[in-house]
Design a protein around this ligand. Structure first.
Ligand SMILES: C[S@@+](CC[C@H](N)C(=O)[O-])C[C@H]1O[C@@H](n2cnc3c(N)ncnc32)[C@H](O)[C@@H]1O
Length: 258
């Protein structure tokens, strides 16, 4: 009997590309193998239900694996997510936080009330309510950073932006959230590759233009814009998510730097 995500290789549909094809991985990625049987059961049920409801818009194995490395490799709580859609990354980050005992570790925001209700339902079903707060709001709302810090009872360590994909809104999110990231903390922006500019419905250059301009204005950050392949053909590049990801690390003030 196939184990965990190995069975995904047989499934049709655009969300299963990582698992299938002639050059499919043939192994369960660590982001799924670390889960308990019950947790994997939740993830599997989530995929089944969101397939039936056509709620497909989550990040994929390359990005959630990268986040797992940052979060679990460094035992990090204090995570803000802008844009949770149907709850995939919320559940996955919630399972990581629970394994590490980091209660009140994820403050996740989405502007769509029905998607917030849907995600909340899955958070409760996964018994992750002590670890995750689902907030319905525009992720560029200036009231949010204080609410996030209050929920964490400490600093914001990682901000993961995966929301509107529009240039102007992303500019506002960067201006709001970067100042509150703690020194040495991380900004992670999905969809920063040239390919992903098509997701900006305003046609103004999307996340890529926003992070490129932000980078020029913030040279003290360490930063990399990781590109996937030039198209949605995910098997061309080393980093296999064609949408790309921008990662920046906030500088540590000189007196504290080692
Ligand atoms: C690509 S999906 C997020 C996927 C999620 N990070 C995951 O991997 O499971 C983008 C989400 O951003 C939300 N969104 C769009 N504009 C927003 C805004 N202005 N503020 C907050 N959320 C927004 C959408 O409602 C949608 O659910």
């Amino acid at each position: 009997m196939p184990q965990r995500s190995l069975e995904f290789a047989q499934r049709e549909g655009r969300r299963y590309w990582w698992h299938g094809g002639q050059d499919g991985p043939g192994f369960v990625p660590p982001v799924y193998s670390f889960l308990t049987e019950d947790e994997w059961g939740i993830v599997n049920d989530w995929f089944d239900e969101t397939d039936r409801c056509d709620l497909i818009g989550e990040c994929q194995v390359p990005l959630i694996s990268l986040l797992q490395g940052l979060v679990m490799g460094n035992m990090v709580g204090g995570i803000v997510q802008a844009g949770h859609y149907a709850g995939y990354s919320t559940l996955m980050l919630g399972f990581m936080l629970r394994r590490m005992g980091r209660r009140h570790g994820l403050f996740t925001i989405d502007i769509d009330a029905s998607l917030c209700d849907y995600t909340r339902k899955w958070v409760e079903r996964a018994a992750l309510s002590d670890y995750v707060l689902v907030k319905c709001a525009d992720s560029s709302d200036p009231a949010l950073p204080d609410q996030a810090r209050e929920y964490f009872g400490g600093p914001v360590r990682i901000v993961f932006i995966d929301s509107s994909h529009t240039y102007e809104h992303t500019v506002r999110e960067l201006a709001l959230w970067c100042p509150v990231i703690t020194p040495s903390g991380f900004l992670v922006c999905h969809d920063s590759a040239p390919f992903a500019e098509i997701f900006d419905r305003t046609g103004k250059g999307g996340v890529r233009r926003a992070v490129t301009e932000w980078r020029q204005a913030n040279p003290a950050y360490e930063a990399i814009n990781i590109r996937g392949s030039a198209s949605h053909n995910h098997r061309e590049g080393v980093y296999q998510d064609g949408c790309g990801v921008f990662i920046a690390q906030k500088p540590v003030p000189a007196a504290n730097a080692s």
